[in-house]
Design a protein around this ligand. Sequence first.
Ligand code: PSV
Ligand code: MN
Length: 386
Amino acid sequence: MNDTVTDALRAQRIETPSWAYGNSGTRFKVFTQAGVPRDPWEKIADAAVVHRLTGVAPSVALHIPWDRVDDYAEPAKYALDQGITVGTINANVFQDDDYKLGSVTNPDPAVRRKATDHLLECVDVMDATGSRDLKLWFSDGTNYPGQDSIRARQDRLADALREVYDRLGDDQRMLLEYKLFEPAFYTTDVPDWGTSYAHCMELGEKATVCIDTGHHAPGTNIEFIVAFLLRARKLGAFDFNSRFYADDDLMAGAADPFQLFRIMHEIVSADALAADAGIAFMLDQCHNIEAKIPAIIRSVLNVQEATAKALLIDVDALADAQRSGDVLGANAVLMDAFATDVRPLLRDLRSEQGLDPDPVAAYHRSGYQQQIETGRVGGTQAGWGA
Ligand code: PSV
Ligand code: MN
């Protein structure tokens, strides 16, 4: 096997989200599961298990206040003891009653102040954990035409982003995530990549766009967005998950592995896979009915498989076909790579690294699930929204 391919796969990094280890559901029902973490420490412990088994998930994203603790140096240290690090800090300005009409775009200056203060607090958390990235997603928007001034809300957003941006340290970054709709249904203040891009351009080089793959209208060509932002040096991160209908938050690569391959092809062809390219590859998903840890492992493997296929594309043959206008030939080069079964290659790679070739099976054999189911009794389980 080509060393460039295996080296790239060995160096790949995928961050898992602390909230994916907690209970989650829809607005109809949250189904609880035995063994689910009750605090940030137990979430970090689970994330460390995913890394130990896959070898490519060495960091866990935190969500504040879901992962609130008194001293954030402690989870950072605990993560290191477990063999991982604390990654991106996600701000949460979408769950207080005050935010009914928006957070940083709220017509009430006192609510805007509260929301911006929370974002600044998240930068303090980053200082304590050593995190590089602050990920911002705003549920802000309106439900009815005329409810508020669309333009004024953009001004308020820009003001808050500027204040937080100016508070960032030299090595810290802001990731601005967009989402088409929900919970606001008429206008969303950061609905698409263009809006995020425009704000990031205005802010400066430490602000970049986060693409959550579940946040687009059906049929959106996400790889085009990836290519555009890469060229503009404004792609900072992914929140991977998959969707059939809206923001379903299903396992990355489950609904449309071909889309994930096409995205990873843009990444690989722009030489943006390695950590020093500055793109954070994160999962942002919920496991409502399936067991959480094996689902997260499965998702990591799905991203790895899509990446391996993208790395196997015969770039010379592709360039030749593109140059000579061989439409079918070029497409065939991509399809050949996509059709390749990369699982044996990844199994070998894991064995070489001293890992079990089948991380899901290794998890089931490890006894960890039984251990958390019997050990984590009492207390309140962590859940989406708490
Ligand atoms: C919003 O739908 C989102 O994708 C943001 O990233 C939030 O932080 C996350 O989901 C919460 O699960
Ligand atoms: Mn997201």
